[in-house]
Design a protein around this ligand. Structure first.
Ligand code: FMN
Length: 190
């Protein structure tokens, strides 16, 4: 196994992330975000919204009032989990999260969101609040400005990737770590 193969793998990972943004059926479109926060570790499914391979950045969108935000403010270190059941490839990626609210990044993303989806950010009661009647949790059509106030882009700068592929003949695993200039890569024991 040569270093060229490792380079191909890291390149394919970023191509996969990028494709997942645009292809609704892509297995990596709904990665799982892991955080460690006030009440301990937590995970949740997210929609991958943008990828910029040149700066190793992936973004998702969320409601600024959600519980993950104080967790991220306490500790911005995060882990992402991507899994493709067909190829049996798992990618675990780690990095630091930046929360964008009311800045140019959030506003630029907001204007790309379909009108119907903007309502997801307009619930009157904060996400996660217990309610007596589920109707109370539905988003209301309100002003776009109010919804924009609740809207956040979460951006992760990826610095470490653990890639694993299970195969009937043999399993293979590789670790990629960002040195500041390049990916330092090595095969590891699966
Ligand atoms: C298919 C799917 C996609 C989701 N995408 C997002 C998303 O892009 N952003 C988001 O904030 N929550 C998304 N959620 C909801 C989260 O998994 C989670 O329930 C919510 O963000 C609250 O998490 P928190 O309490 O940890 O903040 C999605 C859930 C599912 C099932």
């Amino acid at each position: 196994m040569s270093g060229d193969e490792l380079t191909t793998i890291i390149d394919q990972i970023w191509v996969g992330f990028t494709n997942a943004v645009n292809q609704v059926e892509h297995p990596w479109r709904f990665p799982v975000l892991g955080t460690q926060g006030i009440n301990g570790p937590d995970v949740r499914t997210m929609v991958l919204r943008s990828v910029n391979a040149s700066i190793r950045e992936i973004t998702v969108q969320t409601d600024i009032r959600s519980a993950k935000i104080p967790d991220l403010r306490k500790d911005p270190r995060v882990a992402w989990h991507f899994y493709d059941a067909k190829s049996k490839v798992q990618v675990r990626a780690q990095g630091r999260m930046t929360v964008h609210q009311n800045d140019q990044i959030a506003r630029d993303a907001w204007f790309t969101i379909p009108e119907a989806n903007k309502r997801n950010y307009s619930s009157i009661i904060d996400p996660g609040t217990p309610i007596n009647n589920r109707e109370l949790g539905q988003a209301v059509s309100g002003s776009d400005t109010d919804a924009l106030e609740n809207f956040a882009v979460l951006s992760t700068g990826i610095t470490s990737i653990d890639w694993l592929q299970l195969r009937s003949e043999y399993h293979q695993r590789a670790l990629f770590q960002w040195t500041g200039n390049d990916w330092d890569s090595t095969w590891t024991v699966p």
